[in-house]
Write a protein that binds this ligand. Structure first.
Ligand SMILES: Cc1cc2nc3c(=O)[nH]c(=O)nc-3n(C[C@H](O)[C@H](O)[C@H](O)COP(=O)(O)OP(=O)(O)OC[C@H]3O[C@@H](n4cnc5c(N)ncnc54)[C@H](O)[C@@H]3O)c2cc1C
Length: 434
């Protein structure tokens, strides 16, 4: 009898250990939010380790910058995410705003532009957009955080920079101290140093790393693109340039602002739009996808060097600004006349981007812009502005199958590039784990 009792006790303990796991999530961005939302009621002991001192002051990330959410099968990442799940997560974010004041729109939904772009050799990309705006994002993050924190099984640890992740028998150890049954790495792009350490230790995790997007940010008066901006919130098109490179528009900001993005050892340009404060200019990125071939396999290194070269010319922490005509003619811009930049004066230098960018990239951008002018007259006006460098890094594509209890979600997995895709990825991995 006593043996049966001991057996039942041991068996019961094992089940309990299986049911209530100790899970670590590294990083508190979009992907972590999706994962926690799906697992918060499971009873598992969830520890969130975030290197920033609070929920807002985190490093570069759209979940803290702009909050333009989109629902699409064609952009945002390389995994297949059901449109219904994407929409559900958009509603999740909107439901966490205080007054649900969100701009919405579509790209190409019911517009004639689709055909126009198509006729001129572009591939138009369809999506539905929901713009929460930089100003409202703070309350969204705060409300989500407060909700998660109210769950007794969820514990937040801020100011906690994870530097090592190591497998120890069946468990995973972080920072050489605590052991967890499952570790979910959700460090986004800014978590590159941690990812580097992990893949150095476990190189078999890497599935692919060959791509980088290099380009410029284009800025022009709103009125040139007024029709387009009215018809659709964001126009996204791809085009195979005569150089053979694929070129695309990215992150269109009607009445928006050009801003800097600091990567630590170099500075790039970016753009955003606010819900309340508006400028008179529209900005968007024109990016050229560079796919490197063997034996070279360091696209991040390649992109970083070009960014550093641009910064070297512009002065530390600054970017290069040039008129479109001068960009085309490879002449230094010395004065600006009609179109005035929204980026503050002390953050750029008037110069020549051609001194920093390879010719094939410049040619691809010019070919793209001239073609775009066929659909949107005025795009290639000589006074429009070009800022550089704008870069989008693709993270290494990492395996989630190699170790069953070590998962990579969101942008650091190399499989997502947007808030909704990262959130959905976290949500789906959470579901799988349950
Ligand atoms: C300027 C900018 C604007 C953008 N705008 C948009 C947009 O409008 N719409 C859109 O869909 N996408 C946008 N994006 C992309 C979007 O931000 C990302 O795709 C998305 O946030 C990825 O989510 P994530 O959880 O993977 O990473 P993140 O949201 O970046 O979160 C990662 C978290 O991990 C933390 N972390 C990093 N390293 C460590 C460590 N070692 N230890 C502990 N914590 C760590 C970081 O501090 C951060 O909080 C933008 C990106 C940028 C850079």
């Amino acid at each position: 009898m006593i043996y049966i009792y001991i057996f039942v006790l041991l068996f019961d303990k094992k089940i309990n250990r299986g049911v209530f796991m100790k899970i670590a999530i590294i990083g508190f961005g979009a992907a972590a939010i999706g994962f926690i939302e799906r697992t918060k009621d499971s009873g598992h002991e969830i520890h969130v380790f975030e290197k920033s001192s609070d929920i807002y002051s985190s490093s570069i990330s759209g979940i803290r910058a702009d909050g333009k959410l989109f629902v699409s099968k064609n952009m945002g990442g390389d995994i297949d995410i059901d449109l219904l799940l994407q929409k559900k997560l958009v509603d999740f974010y909107i439901n966490h705003t205080d007054n649900k004041n969100v701009e919405t729109g579509t790209s190409f939904g019911n517009t004639d532009y689709y055909e126009e772009f198509y006729k001129n050799g572009f591939q138009p990309i369809n999506a539905d957009f929901y713009h929460i705006g930089t100003d409202q994002l703070k309350e969204v993050l705060y409300n989500i955080y407060e909700n998660f924190k109210s769950h007794k099984n969820i514990h937040f640890h801020f100011d906690y920079n994870v530097t090592t992740v190591e497998r120890v028998n069946e468990q995973i150890k972080i920072n050489n101290s605590e052991l967890f049954d499952n570790v979910v790495v959700a460090v986004g792009r800014s978590g590159h140093p941690l990812i580097k350490t992990i893949i150095k230790k476990y190189p078999k995790l890497i599935l692919d790393n060959t791509k980088v997007d290099l380009g410029i940010r284009f800025e022009l008066p709103d009125h040139i693109v007024a029709d387009l901006n009215k018809e659709m919130y964001e126009f996204k098109v791809r085009y195979k340039s005569r150089t053979g490179y694929m070129v695309r528009t990215f992150c269109n900001n009607p009445s928006g602002f050009v801003v800097l993005e600091n990567y630590g050892d170099f500075t790039t340009v970016n753009g955003h739009a606010k819900l309340k404060e508006k400028s008179k200019n529209t900005n968007f990125a024109i990016l050229v996808t560079i796919q490197l071939t063997e034996p070279f396999n360091d696209p991040v290194g390649y992109g970083s060097y070009i960014a550093k070269m641009s910064n070297l010319l512009a002065g530390q922490g600054k970017v290069i600004l040039q008129t479109y005509q001068h960009f085309k003619d490879s002449k230094r811009t010395k004065n600006l006349y009609r179109v005035l930049p929204t980026l503050e004066k002390d953050k750029y230098i008037l110069g020549d981007i051609n001194l920093a960018f390879p010719r094939r990239i410049i040619e691809s951008i010019v070919d793209f812009t001239e073609h775009l002018n066929e659909v949107i007259p005025g795009i290639s006006n000589p006074d429009n502005l070009v800022y550089a460098p704008e870069i989008k890094f693709y993270s290494n594509m990492l395996s989630n199958e190699l170790f069953p209890n070590l998962k990579f979600i969101g942008d650091c997995s190399g499989q997502t590039r947007s808030i909704i895709y990262a959130t959905a990825h976290g949500y789906m991995i959470g579901e799988k784990l349950l």
